[in-house]
Write a protein that binds this ligand. Structure first.
Ligand SMILES: [Zn+2]
Length: 422
């Protein structure tokens, strides 16, 4: 059977909201969620009271910023003080279907509502369709992702084979036995299964679609899945605490934000929302009435764009995962991250070894990109390319310093901060 895996929406009305309609929709559920949490989640109520806020003060995305961010790293202590959920669960245990224990350790409830992670939108946009038979290779032990995916796949009308982690040969046999059309799991394990199936001239697997996650997904690997195996592979971004926040559409040009989460890109130190286009920490508020995480700091960095997408979905997009918030350095009011340093180097020809030095002259931060070039590289062209890449990627002006081979130690950190503040 061939299916159109590119066109259509899981929920056309929501996914094509105008900006004003999206704001109205989000303000509506936010008001309901905050009032519900105030009444039933003492942990949330304590946070509001501590900030001197009443439920009516958090009406929309802008006013949300009045509530200080709660860091993921605070959760274990809060939960120890008020077990098991730190006062963040709004329903009695009789209505909690499952309890998960994620690394931290952080204890998470799965409440009575179906599809609280909003994964259906993500799976449909990624090409999953009713009638697909899916190998779910995520871990079923203790952590939520596999269980939440199963629920969303059931809503879509897909059939799940809960294979879990490992046992490569058994998984290949299972995929063949049921003629599996889809896969969820890590991209590297998908590659392992495809290779295993081909050993000794074996019959290829019948996968057509894959949702991958939990590790980086290089474009080169996506291309191998598409060109050599005919598999549409898409990724999403989420965490065990807040569920799915963003997903790739057929265009695969960033991850659309889900309508049932309010994502703010914030200063990792102050928690204040940053202007569009800047790198910052993902702070999420999610429409999950059982476990209402409000202004939850994920510790992950991203950049969000609201440029239109060719797929027709109108939500802003996260432009990839840009590292962890505790690795950023602030230069002239902008955050820079080691991955941006890599990105700058990749945009210029012949850059062999490199690092960034942040210094201070008078009252002004300085940024110097030091680079060693491969033999035969035109240093003028490389320096010009680096300078414009610094502006594009870091939104800053920086100096480029081409240095002789051997000047930069092999073990150097990507960003060296030489500023003295005393
Ligand atoms: Zn799109």
């Amino acid at each position: 059977m061939t299916r159109d895996r590119r066109r259509g929406y899981w929920n056309r009305a929501k996914e094509t909201f105008s900006a004003a309609d999206r704001r109205r929709y989000q303000s509506r559920w936010l008001a309901r969620l905050v009032a519900h949490a105030w009444a039933h989640a003492p942990g949330v109520r304590r946070r509001l009271e501590h900030a001197g806020l009443a439920p009516g003060d958090l009406r929309d995305e802008a006013s949300l910023a009045r509530l200080p961010v709660i860091k993921k790293s605070e959760m274990p202590d809060l939960q120890k003080a008020d077990p098991p959920f730190g006062g963040f669960c709004t329903v009695p245990l009789t209505r909690v279907r499952k309890i998960f224990l994620s690394p931290g350790p952080i204890v998470e409830p799965m409440g009575p509502e179906v599809g609280a992670w909003h994964l259906e939108t993500c799976l449909y946009a990624g090409g999953f369709r009713p009638g697909d038979v899916i190998l779910n290779t995520y871990s079923y032990q203790l952590v939520p992702a596999a269980h939440e995916l199963d629920e969303a796949l059931a809503l879509l009308g897909c059939t799940v084979v809960p294979t879990g982690v490992g046992n490569t040969e058994q998984q290949v046999a299972a995929a063949r036995a049921v003629r599996a059309t889809g896969y969820v799991g890590t991209p590297s394990f998908l590659m392992t299964l495809l290779k295993k199936a081909e050993e000794n001239g074996g019959e290829r697997l019948s996968f057509e679609v894959a949702q991958v996650g939990a590790e980086p997904f290089p474009e080169s690997l996506r291309n191998v899945f598409r060109d050599q195996y005919g598999i549409i592979a898409r990724q999403g971004f989420g965490t065990a605490d807040v569920g799915m926040l963003g997903y790739e559409c057929p265009e695969a040009s960033g991850m659309h934000l889900v309508e049932d989460a309010i994502i703010q890109v914030c200063d990792p130190q102050t928690g204040a929302p940053l202007p569009a286009g800047q790198i910052g920490e993902i702070v999420a508020t999610v429409n999950n009435p059982t476990y209402p995480m409000i202004r939850f700091g994920t510790g992950d960095l991203t950049v969000v764009t609201d440029e239109p997408c060719a797929c027709g979905r109108t939500s802003p997009r996260m432009l990839g995962w840009r590292g962890r918030a505790d690795e950023v350095t602030k230069v002239r009011g902008m955050f820079i991250h080691p991955r941006q340093v890599d990105e700058v180097a990749a945009r210029a020809p012949g850059v062999a070894r490199f690092h960034v030095v942040v210094g201070r002259e008078g009252h002004q931060d300085t940024l110097t990109f030091r680079a060693e070039l491969a033999a035969g590289t035109d240093s003028g062209a490389a320096a010009a390319a680096l300078e414009s890449a610094i502006r594009d990627v870091m939104k800053l002006r920086g100096e480029v310093n081409v240095v002789p081979p051997g000047s930069i130690p092999e073990t150097v950190k990507k960003i060296t901060d030489e500023r003295k503040w005393d």
